[in-house]
Structures are given as C-alpha cells and as structure tokens.
Design a protein around this ligand. Structure first.
Ligand SMILES: Cc1cc2nc3c(=O)[nH]c(=O)nc-3n(C[C@H](O)[C@H](O)[C@H](O)COP(=O)(O)OP(=O)(O)OC[C@H]3O[C@@H](n4cnc5c(N)ncnc54)[C@H](O)[C@@H]3O)c2cc1C
Ligand code: SF4
Length: 463
C-alpha cells in the first residue's frame, strides 16, 4: 500500500486551521483542505506496515486502538496516491456511512495507532478521509443509490443524530422502508444543534439528509416520541422501532441555581447559538455578547462553548477545570491547546483554563441576575453568564417510559446487543452506550441495523 519509500520522502502535512484572529470573526470552517498534490503525497506516506493497527478497532487496556468502524485505511491511502478517487470512495463507503462527519470531528483513533507514528508522524488518515468524500460530493460521484428489492418491512428510527442516521441508512439500503422521527425542527442531532458550524458546517449535515431523503428515507421532524400516544402508535404500526435519542440528561452543575438568571447548560447554549446564527431563530437563552462568561468543564462541549462565546463577542471567557494542570500536560511538559483555547489565547492573551477549581457559590444582584461566582478555593470571578459543560448523566426517562423499555443511565440490552426488553424495540448510540463520539455512534448504528435486519428477515447481510 502507498509508496514503499513515501514515508521517508514526504513529511506529514495536515489541513491547516485558519489563523485564530481571522476565524473568530466568522462562523466558517476552521480547516483549509490541502490541495490534491499534497493529498497524493499524504496517501503515499502509508507504509505497508503488514499489520495495519489503524483499522483494528479494538479496546486495549481500556483505550480505543484503531478505527471503531474498521475503515479500510491502507487500501484507500493507496488509491489516493494513485488519484483513484472512485475506488477510494467505494472502499470508504463500505465501512463508513458518513465520512464527511468523521473526516471533520473524529479524534482519529486510527492515527494514534498508526505504525508510521511509532518513530515519526502518523499518516493524515483523518484528512485523507475527508478529502475522499468531499471530492466525491464536488464531482457528483455521491449520487442517490437505490435498492432493487423492497423487503415489505417498515422501521421507525427515533432520533436523527449520527447513530439514528446510520441505522436508517443501513436499513434503507437493505430494502426496508425507514421513517426517522425527530423532535427538533431539523434533523442531525448534535451534528446540527451541538457541534458548532466552524467544526461541522450545517450545510454538510443538510447535504447528507437531502441525499438520504432522495434515497427514500422519510424524515418526520417536530414530533416528540416521548409522548406516550405517539410512542405506542410507533410501536404498533412499525415492524421494528430503534431508539437513538442520545444522552440528553445534563450532569448537574453542583450548586443551587434556582432563581438565578444567567445560568444555562451547554446544550441549551449551543442549540440557541446555532438557531440564531444559522437558522435565524430567536431564543430566550442568553448570548455571551458583552458578558463575562464562566464555563464549567473540559472536553469537546466546553471548548465549543468557549469558541461560540468568543464569536458572540463576550467580554471575557474562563473555563473552570476541576482537575489539576499536570493532568493535561503533554509528555514534553507543554500544555496542549485545542482550537477554542488557541482562539481565547489569541483574543485575550491567555489560556482560558483555570485548573483545580470548581464552583462553590453564586452571587446575584437584587433582581436575581448572576454577578459573580466563588470557587471552593475562595477565589471570586466576575460572571454574568455561567455555562455548565459538565457532561451528560444519561438518556431521558420520558421517552424510555413512553416505549416501556428498561433503563438505568442508558437503555438496557444484553451486552454487545441492541434489542431491549421489548423484542421489536432496539436502541443505539449515546442512548445505549452513554455519552461518546460520532464515530462510535455510527459504529453502533451499523451494528444495531444488522441486528434489526436479522430480527426482521431471519438472516442479515449487513455484517
Ligand atoms: C457540544 C458537543 C460537541 C461534540 N463534539 C464532538 C466532536 O468534536 N467529535 C465527536 O466525535 N463527538 C463529539 N460530540 C459527541 C457526539 O456528538 C455524540 O456522541 C453523538 O452525536 C451521539 O449520537 P447519537 O445519534 O447517539 O445522539 P444525538 O446526536 O444526541 O442525537 C439524538 C437525537 O434524538 C432526538 N431525540 C431525543 N429524544 C427524542 C424524542 N423523544 N423524540 C424524537 N426525537 C428525539 C434528539 O433531538 C437528537 O436529534 C460532541 C457532543 C457535544 C454535546
Ligand atoms: S472514522 Fe475516525 S478513527 Fe476511523 S479512519 Fe476516520 S478519522 Fe480514523
């Protein structure tokens, strides 16, 4: 695979982020894709290592080793090197329904497992993946694909995040009639209403929904399946129902916020920001404009809040991190910054993170407006917007109760399976696995679709 000497001839060249002070002035994509000539060389770096750990996709000592989708990475690296985009696309779509999402937001477990990375820089698998699929959309190669035979079975998928979309895509191409039910006005789940546009443009999500619609998937938006009547109707009228409702229950901030104005959870804040900025929808959730913002937490969600606050024109933004700074240091002793921390440092002159701090109490004015917070170490920070990005406690109870499926934090199934206590109701994604990543949601959706197919037909060719 690749060019036998490619890894010695060419250096790793990643897609570059636009300069922080430029990109905080808009909501457009962070990364500028490298030209094809660079991409061919990056494909050529793949070193034919014999055992491609990149595509292994196993858990090893509690860590993910390689791509959870088992993407056929060395094969498509080879095809990229030859400029054989058509073949590369065919091999990529064999294992990944939505490379345009993972090629933008996946943490690239493949690269962490790349043999070339043992002594040098890993192959740019993540960027190569994005290049294949974007090339396909640009050249019209991503045409609707239709299935020859209809199975006569119908399936309802509740929730249109990446897991629900993957289930729907797999079952639709298998010949089942698929209807996706979504409570929000637009499909996409966190891809649409959580991850900001600069990381994942909403046009990219919409493009996929339109393609799936053209291929025969029906999307019904604005319908909340937690309503018991709707749930029972779905359970009655469909041969199988798949619950992909995500992990929406936020973990509590840890202080009493009742009657305090100026406190919200990350998902409310990010949802309102996308609604305002992309879809022209107003919201009662405050913007960060002119405010001193404190964000509690780390990880993708907290960072997306930091970057959104900066673009909304906040006065200041601080990230309170419970653990100590040492926990985040790279092996060389440096403190890595993600895109949002880089932007905050460029705009305000310092990293937004304050370590070993958590909120102890909130102070308000006489009208209940938040004015400052005090931490457990006794420090006080001015604050008129507090955003909790403290993670998710699990799936919502209402939708589980409406369908009568058993749950604790997530919906209960046998280990490694997706069928709930009700035989024709299945579950996948964060609702099943707990808060996770887009690549895991797609992997869950694919595996769940195979189980549903087997349930409906007595056998499956989706594995
Ligand atoms: C802010 C943020 C940033 C993230 N950034 C990244 C990242 O950079 N990289 C990455 O890999 N992962 C990221 N993640 C995680 C990733 O987005 C999730 O793991 C993934 O979206 C889970 O997919 P899902 O389909 O299981 O659920 P979701 O995407 O949560 O979708 C669930 C869908 O179900 C719908 N729904 C819920 N209840 C009902 C109901 N009663 N009736 C009808 N519809 C219902 C919801 O409206 C939603 O559309 C991020 C998460 C967040 C919150
Ligand atoms: S989905 Fe993620 S882990 Fe798999 S090849 Fe793409 S970037 Fe790598």
């Amino acid at each position: 695979m690749g060019k036998p000497t490619g890894f010695m001839e060419y250096d790793r060249c990643e897609n570059q982020r636009r300069p922080p002070l430029e990109r905080i002035c808009d909501w457009e994509e962070l990364y500028v894709p490298a030209p094809d000539a660079v991409r061919f060389q990056q494909g050529a770096r793949c070193m034919n290592c014999g055992v491609p750990f990149c595509q292994a996709g196993v858990q090893f000592e509690g860590k993910q080793l390689g791509c959870p989708l088992h993407n056929l990475i060395p094969e498509w690296n080879d095809m990229i090197m030859d400029g054989n985009w058509g073949h590369a696309l065919a091999r990529l779509l064999k294992t990944n329904n939505f490379p345009e999402f993972t090629g933008r937001v996946c943490p690239a477990f493949c690269e962490q497992a790349c043999t070339c990375g043992l002594y040098d820089q890993p192959i740019t698998v993540h960027d190569n993946e994005r290049a294949i699929i974007e090339h396909a959309f640009e050249t019209g190669a991503m045409k609707p694909r239709f299935t020859q035979h209809a199975s006569g079975k119908n399936v309802a998928v509740v929730g249109s995040g990446p897991s629900g979309l993957a289930v729907a895509d797999q079952l639709n191409h298998r010949g089942h009639s698929v209807t996706v039910i979504e409570k929000h006005p637009r499909a996409g789940g966190i891809l649409t209403y959580g991850i900001p546009n600069m990381k994942l443009p909403k046009t990219v999500v919409q493009r996929r929904i339109e393609l799936m619609t053209d291929e025969g998937v029906t999307f019904v938006t604005g319908l909340d399946a937690a309503n018991p009547e709707i749930a029972q109707r779905l359970a009655r009228e469909f041969d199988a129902v798949v619950l992909c409702c995500g992990s929406e229950e936020p973990r509590a901030i840890g202080v009493d916020t009742q009657n305090v104005k100026g406190v919200c959870y990350a998902m409310e804040f990010l949802h309102a920001a996308v609604d305002r900025e992309r879809f022209g929808v107003t919201s009662s959730v405050p913007t960060a404009r002119g405010r001193n913002v404190i964000i509690i937490g780390t990880g993708n969600t907290a960072s997306d809040c930091v970057a959104t606050c900066i673009r909304q024109g906040c006065e200041s933004v601080t990230q309170l991190v419970r653990r100590g700074r040492d926990d985040y240091l790279a092996p060389d002793g440096s403190l890595p910054q993600d895109y949002a921390q880089e932007e905050a440092a460029a705009k305000f002159g310092h990293d937004p993170r304050v370590f070993s701090q958590s909120v102890a109490s909130l102070q308000t004015d006489e009208r209940g407006n938040l004015v400052s917070i005090t931490t457990k170490t006794g420090d006080t920070f001015p604050c008129d917007l507090l955003i909790g990005a403290t993670g998710f406690a699990g799936c919502r109870a209402d939708v589980c109760e409406a369908f009568g499926v058993e749950r604790d934090r997530t919906v209960k199934t046998e280990k490694g399976h997706f069928q709930t206590n009700i035989p024709h109701i299945f579950t996948a994604g964060d609702m099943h696995r707990g808060q996770s990543l887009v690549v895991h949601a797609i992997a869950e959706g694919r595996a769940c679709a195979a189980e549903v197919d087997e349930f409906l037909m007595g056998y499956t060719n989706l594995r």
